[in-house]
Design a protein around this ligand. Sequence first.
Ligand code: ADP
Ligand code: MG
Length: 259
Amino acid sequence: MRKKQTTFVKIDQYLKRLHLPAIRDSYREQADLARKESLPYESYLLELLERETENRHNNRVQRYLRESNLSLEKNMETFDLKRLPPTIGMQVKSLLDGDFIDRRENILAFGNPGSGKTHLLSAIAQELIVKHEKRIYSRTCCLLVQELLAAKRDLELARYMKKLSKFDVILIDDIGYIQQGREEMEVLFSLLSERYERGSVMITSNLPFSKWEGIFKDPITTAAAIDRVIHHSVILELNASSYRAEVAKKRKTAKKKRA
Ligand code: ADP
Ligand code: MG
């Protein structure tokens, strides 16, 4: 009995030192079970390794979801793909395998306000984190630009860019929604140049490319910015109908019917 106790103490110490908390939590109870069911040693070991791996996956996913800043309620379950043209459904399905990230491709979602751009790209991003353990940094364009400017002001821009380069995808929501000044445009352009062929970006915009000069000010920078994002990209054209407007309309007619 005493010998068994010291064995446990030693095992616990090793598992602690090796950072295997899930195994530490379950090895005794699993050993009892294995003895009871006369399982081979390998099955016991396999069970423990699976538990540790799953635990690590879950922890990593939680951490990545937190750092992504995504709204978790905007996921694939709450998104109605049938509202969009069938080609979009097919495009989305293939994007969910995450291979576009390995190819450093970008996703661009265009459409009217309320057409579901933010929801769809957030949902795709969330799936990529949960299923493929990808690291994603999601911000509205406005907030991202502010972060970039603050970093620049503190002479930390290089360091901030380095931090962003660790992410598999930068999701920039609503590019061009708010009119930016020249300084804002410059840092945004630097970021896009930095990402070019090095890492994916996902962008949503109400503005078609023809209106991007309003974002990047002069025609040369605009052309260069469009070139960089479009070069290896998948374009999702959501312009079916505005979901928000439709729901409002439905509410109105329902109200009328009730009245
Ligand atoms: P956009 O970014 O294009 O302006 P959003 O993604 O913000 O549009 O969508 C507006 C609202 O409508 C959100 O609450 C979103 O969850 C909802 N919505 C839009 N499209 C869909 C859809 N296909 N299925 C479910 N909800 C949707
Ligand atoms: Mg949006």
